[in-house]
Design a binder for this molecule. Structure first.
Ligand code: PMV
Length: 313
């Protein structure tokens, strides 16, 4: 028996970093997914197969493993721990989400793994999957806001912390461009914490500005106002630059798209990773020629489906 679950990657449209400090954020699931298949074995081990390699460790709740495998071992131990007659588990991860560039690869893996591994024992409700996926993500990144796992669980576009889907009535032509510079979310979040410690007053102003900006974005969406939506993306980018999570490469990419984009910003932790650009339909095909040759670029479709789960006999 195989328990198979998939979850979408994500983009953060507005509010990354500030969300860690309690402001809302707007996120959307994208049409790139990770699939996790789990099955029982008789090997007394937890075996994880992924494109990052294979790990096989004895079943033990205290076993320390490399960062990227920790959520899976955590989830497997959590499930096996309460089921004495299980001898071993094998977990296989397949993903079409680029790793470490702010598209939610890690959160989607945590959500799909939580649904897949728990599904060997019983089908969980979405809120239970979300709860244990956030616990597992905390084994690599204790300060996570939980926003990424939330949108990977429910899909669509949400204003976090709400899980209600935002009905975006206008067609967003969103392009994702990958700087090809991997980033480390934990380090970027720590850098922002330092900024906050050094200038509490300005950081609190920026959080207020971000909350106000998100209210304006919600109104713009209700009014089908793409121009304001784009302007707010660029305004949000300025806040991200001020807290120092942008860099020369990212700023260069943003400025290359200046002529054709309605709005452009980092998506995710920054310091590399991806940018998102809102462009008019007729300009979509011009984007890749404007960016440096070594950057990858693709269009993002919003995925309305969140986590999905099935059993294969
Ligand atoms: O770059 P990513 O996909 O790890 O996104 C991080 C988003 C942050 O707001 C910086 C952190 C968080 O937990 O929300």
């Amino acid at each position: 028996m195989k328990s198979i679950a998939s979850a979408p990657g994500k983009i953060i449209l507005f509010g990354e970093h500030f969300v860690v400090h309690g402001t809302p954020a707007i996120l959307a699931a994208i049409d790139k997914r990770v699939t996790v298949a789990s099955s029982f074995t008789d090997n007394n081990t937890i075996k994880v197969n992924s494109e990052l390699g294979t790990l096989e460790v004895p079943i033990s709740s205290s076993y320390e493993v490399k960062n990227e495998f920790r959520p899976f071992v955590y989830l497997a131990n959590k499930m096996v721990g309460s089921n004495q007659n299980v001898n071993g588990l094998e977990i296989t991860i397949n993903s079409d989400i680029p790793i470490g560039v702010g598209l939610g690869s890690s959160s989607a893996c945590c959500v799909a793994a939580a649904a897949s591994i728990s599904g060997l024992f019983k089908e969980l409700l979405s809120e239970e999957i979300l709860k244990i996926s956030i616990e597992s993500e905390k084994t690599i990144f204790p300060d996570t806001s939980g926003a990424d796992c939330t949108v990977c669980t429910y899909g669509g576009m949400i204003e976090y912390p709400s899980i209600e889907k935002i009905d975006n009535t206008f067609d967003l032509n969103l392009l994702i461009a990958n700087s090809m510079i991997p980033h480390n979310t934990k380090n970027s979040v720590e850098k922002v914490n330092k900024f906050k410690e050094n200038d509490e007053e300005r950081f609190s102003q920026l959080c207020d500005l971000e909350s106000k900006l998100i209210d304006e974005v919600i109104t713009a969406m209700k009014n089908n106002d793409t121009t304001t939506f784009g302007l707010k993306m660029s305004e949000n980018q300025k806040y991200l630059e001020e807290i120092q999570v942008s860099n020369e490469t990212i700023n260069g990419m943003i400025s290359s798209l200046k002529e054709i984009s309605i709005g452009t910003k980092i998506t995710g932790a920054g310091d590399g990773g991806c940018i998102i650009a809102l462009v008019k339909g007729e300009n979509v095909s011009k984007v890749s020629a404007l960016l440096p040759k070594d950057k990858e670029c693709f269009s993002a479709k919003i995925d309305t489906k969140g986590v999905e789960w099935k059993i294969e006999k």
